[in-house]
Design a protein around this ligand. Structure first.
Ligand SMILES: Cc1ncc(COP(=O)(O)O)c(C=O)c1O
Length: 459
């Protein structure tokens, strides 16, 4: 294959994208004068520039140039009922009539906590935050306070938001990492050396190695934090159960980061699906019904460190892990979250799983019929594709995937009316329809077919 043909396929895909998104381009160019790289969050930027959203309804999202697409991003898995679900809109409008936010608690926090606790029994106590990042940061802090130890164990490639302790080896550059060693790498400039010194890296889905590393560091480890489905990669059988037994044996707090999996993989999250109870759970996304949220919950013994030591009028004493936030437990968010959770039934979960499975099958059939080497992963309503011939089971095997090809596929799908979040796994919602799936399958096939010369060239 001529190099020029490769560049011409890439050039054509980018040119078509630019042709369809002129107003987005203008907005982005203006935004570059105001925001670093014209962007408000790293995750929504992709080259050459992102589509600017205008409206959305149900399973469709429309950009400022009027291009309608089937959404599989759903604000990075948070909109499980799709866009502008009537029950959520009503709950939000009703709450708006009463007030937006108050410097006082509301009954909604009790009702929301009851709603999630009913579904996830490990949540003996719950606290709210505004983001999943904060939830993970507080979970780590409270685990450190509880154990009086400093180190945090996490899996290479695991994402737990943007706090300092979480900003280690999320996307490490592999040539910088010695072959079979897993050393903590800074995810960002600006971390203190202490952050790296206090992080212990583990390989996902490799219990033998995980156990060895955890045992070596047992006396200094406060917690192990894990995404039960790591960036779309499922846990191998009994992996989560084994780390549960190990952390219990070593007296280390086990934190399940269920910011994505909580109330998406099943009514009780990944912990219900895989029959494993962590000590602490972090949540976000789905439980806010489309509004900003984070939450930490778990064992009363640990969570009580966030409670006032005395609430007595005369002998009032604060918490050993104080936890504040102007917008914590925001009434609009909680109203939207309760309305969302109330819509999720065994039937809706069955539908979410079915549409996720159909898309995984669609990708697998398209790649095998076209002779494209690819790995399709995901659990329930979540799906992803890696252009790799290696089984994807951890960060390193996922990293063998061809990233340029993936970027081309993402852009080409946008051109054809499908919004798979660039460089991120996709998900369905309860309103993803049969028609959406049929159209998407056809588009996936057409797109891979169009990119075929490029795929063959990069092999
Ligand atoms: C597993 C996981 N943990 C934590 C976070 C951080 O949540 P937020 O973006 O609300 O800060 C995310 C966000 O995508 C996530 O996927």
């Amino acid at each position: 294959m001529e190099q020029t043909q490769t560049s011409s396929i890439i050039g054509k895909t980018v040119a078509e994208y630019m042709g369809k998104t002129q107003r987005s381009r203008k907005l982005w160019e203006a935004a570059r004068e105001k925001l670093p790289s014209g962007s408000s969050r790293t995750s929504v930027f992709y080259a050459p520039y992102p589509c600017y959203a205008q409206t959305a309804q149900g399973s469709k999202i429309v950009d400022v140039d009027g291009n309608e697409r089937i959404d599989y991003c759903y604000n990075f898995t948070s909109l499980i009922l799709g866009h502008r679900h009537p029950a959520v809109m009503k709950a939000v409008n009703d709450q708006m009539e009463k007030g937006t936010v108050f410097g006082a608690p509301t009954e909604l926090e009790l009702r929301h906590a009851e709603t999630i606790k009913k579904r996830m029994p490990s949540l003996e106590r719950v606290r709210y935050a505004v983001t999943g990042s904060e939830a993970c940061m507080f979970a780590i802090r409270v685990a450190r306070a509880f154990t009086s130890r400093n180190k945090v164990a996490k899996f290479e490639g695991g994402y737990h938001g943007s706090s300092d302790p979480a900003s280690v080896s999320v996307h490490p550059h592999l040539p910088d990492v010695a072959s079979d060693e897993i050393t903590p790498m800074p995810e960002t400039a600006g971390l203190t050396p202490g952050t790296l010194e206090n992080t212990v890296m583990l390989p996902f889905n490799n219990f033998e190695k995980t156990e060895e590393i955890m045992r070596q560091n047992r006396r200094e480890l406060a917690c192990l934090i894990v995404e039960p489905m790591m960036r779309g990669i499922p846990p191998e059988s009994d992996f989560l159960k084994s780390i549960r037994e190990l952390t219990r044996d070593l007296d280390i707090v086990l934190i399940f980061d269920e910011v994505i999996t909580g109330f998406r993989l099943s009514a009780g999250g990944a912990q219900e699906k895989y029959h494993v109870q962590p000590d602490l759970t972090t949540m976000g996304k789905v439980i806010g019904g489309g509004f900003p949220i984070g939450a930490i919950g778990g064992q009363e013994e640990i969570m009580s460190l966030m409670a006032h030591e005395s609430t007595d009028f005369l002998s009032y004493k604060g918490a050993s892990v104080p936890h504040a936030g102007t917008f914590n437990a925001h009434p609009i968010t909680l109203a939207a979250g309760i309305a969302t959770l109330n819509e999720l039934t065994s039937e809706t979960y069955a539908k979410l799983d079915e549409t996720g499975e159909q898309l995984r099958e669609g990708f697998s059939e398209a790649t095998s019929s076209l002779g494209v080497e690819a790995q399709v992963v995901g659990v329930g309503s979540c799906f992803d594709i890696y252009f790799s011939n290696k089984t994807v089971k951890d960060y390193r095997s996922a990293h063998t995937g061809d990233q340029l090809l993936r970027r081309c596929l993402d852009l080409d799908l946008l051109n054809r009316g499908v919004y798979l979040p660039p460089q991120h796994f996709g998900c369905t919602s309860t309103v993803t329809s049969r028609e959406d799936i049929r159209t998407t399958m056809k588009v996936i096939h057409e797109s891979l077919h169009a990119l075929l010369p490029l795929i063959k060239e990069t092999r």
